[in-house]
Design a protein around this ligand. Structure first.
Ligand SMILES: Cc1ncc(COP(=O)(O)O)c(C=O)c1O
Length: 463
């Protein structure tokens, strides 16, 4: 089944080139590079116009031009597709995409009286039971195997390449993908391949503590790299970095989305200094009312390693992620995996491949996007009036900015009332510059998010 493509396109209003011409060119480039493949369905003209903030005429004219040039084809009532000489593989995809999602089952979880608003945790209670069981039955059809391929199951690498092209519009093939056990494992493999004693690794500050711990454990000197509202500050990057770890899709924990000009400056810095950027594509699956931004990897695959995970889009206990890089880097990492006997479980990869192949993961993601959007709206509605919120346009957490000293107090009092959460202070590894609460809305129900935020609003007002 082919799902709708998420196009990270940006148009320049300052340019002399008319918007329609710019859009036509961007779409043509995407089809040429393979980011948009044969048979894939483009967004509706209304949807793309809203996403880009342009009039619908701009989009319809661009589509008409591409129809005329033979790039696109339409199927009556089912949308606009990338044309091919042969029968497009997604010919019956549109009908499948409209099929109602199977009924989800609900799993009872103990400890429901605690409202867990800790960041970095997804909702794992609703899932498509039939799809989940089918995936595992298929995996169980195969006998136990020998050591798995260190690059990952070839079928899964193909499917992940397809998934990344559609979800992140990056033109990758299976030769660029290595299947990991998640981002933590991906970071460790990068550290083994790229770092070592005496090397310097930059990590965002405030930032993801796992990156710091993993790099330090592999002997690197970990250096704090300051971030602002938008993400990592390129002009303040320290000298001599061999690796920079960054979360451009939704900075963890401040929530910035790195703007395109800064992405370009970051890549120019990497080319100039020879550093490798490790892009944690954390939270890229979830964004609200804003257009997708291109992955750094897509802008310069020679300087970037992209890490992704199913921990947020499916569940952390599945233990599957991906590392996207050049074939040469992947060869080095595969050799390291063999040397230290590191692997991703074969049966787990088989099950994940089935979930991807049948479109079950796409369906789950579509459902969860709506669910998380509702919870995020509740957070904004409840806390917006009492403090400044940051990072609410993407991901599964927000930062509630508070005056210095207040966040640790609120966290303590909230815990006494059964509400768990985190502070920005705890994510710093240098000087504490940002103060506030880091509130995750992934793993609590809508009602719990509402109740938890009411309690937080009271505590913040009390000061
Ligand atoms: C910034 C960041 N990246 C990645 C992850 C997921 O890591 P893993 O795939 O190892 O579960 C998390 C989890 O909370 C995270 O906070």
């Amino acid at each position: 089944m082919r799902a709708l493509v998420d196009l990270p396109i940006s148009l320049s209003r300052e340019s002399d080139v008319p918007l329609t011409v710019q859009l036509t060119g961007r779409l043509r480039d995407a089809m040429l590079s393979g980011a948009l493949a044969t048979g894939e369905r483009l967004p509706s003209s209304r949807g793309l116009a809203a996403q880009l903030g342009v009039s619908r005429t701009v989009v319809t004219e661009a589509y008409q031009q591409l129809y005329a040039e033979g790039w696109l084809e339409g199927r009556h009532g089912s949308g606009t597709f990338v044309a091919s000489m042969e029968t497009p593989p997604g010919a019956n995809g549109a009908a499948a995409a409209q099929a109602p999602a199977p009924k989800m089952a609900r799993r009872a979880v103990p400890g429901d009286h605690v409202i867990n608003l800790s960041p970095g945790r997804p909702w794992v209670r609703d899932y498509d039971v039939a799809a989940w069981k089918r995936a595992w039955r298929k995996a169980a059809d195969l006998p136990p195997g020998d050591y798995p391929d260190p690059y990952g199951l070839p079928r899964l690498r193909e499917l992940l390449a397809d998934h990344l092209r559609r979800a992140r519009a990056v033109a990758v093939g299976p030769e660029n993908i290595l299947v990991t056990r998640g981002t933590g494992n991906g970071l460790d493999l990068c550290a083994q391949a790229l770092l070592g004693a005496g090397t310097r690794a930059g990590v965002e500050d405030p930032g993801y503590h796992v990156a710091r711990t993993v790099f330090a454990a592999r002997g690197a000197e970990v250096v704090a790299c300051p971030v602002d509202e938008d993400g990592v500050i390129v002009d303040d990057l320290p000298a001599g970095l061999r690796v920079l770890y960054t979360t451009p899709a939704h900075q963890y924990p401040l929530g910035g989305r790195l703007p395109i000009p800064r992405r370009e400056r970051l890549l120019a810095w990497a080319r100039r200094t020879g550093a490798t950027v490790v892009e944690d594509d954390y939270d890229a699956e979830f964004r609200y009312d804003v257009a997708p931004l291109p992955a750094l990897y897509g802008l310069d695959p020679s300087r970037v390693v992209l890490l992704g995970t199913l921990s947020k889009s499916l569940a952390p206990d599945v233990g599957v992620g991906w590392l996207v890089g050049t074939p040469e880097l992947l060869d080095r990492i595969a050799a390291i995996r063999r040397a230290v006997s590191d692997r991703t479980s074969g049966p787990v990869q088989q099950a994940v491949a089935t979930l991807l192949e049948r479109g079950d993961l796409d369906r789950h993601l579509r459902r969860m996007r709506l669910e998380y959007a509702r919870r995020r709206a509740v957070v904004v509605e409840s806390l917006g009036p009492v403090c400044r919120l940051r990072g609410d346009t993407a991901g599964l957490h927000v930062l509630a900015e508070l005056p210095p000293g207040l966040a640790p107090r609120v966290m303590e009092r909230a815990a006494e009332r059964g509400v768990l959460l985190d502070t920005a202070e705890r994510h710093h590894h240098g000087v504490e510059r940002v103060h506030g609460l880091v509130i995750g809305y992934g793993s609590a129900s809508l009602a719990q998010v509402r109740r938890g935020c009411q309690i937080l609003a009271e505590l913040i007002r009390e000061g």
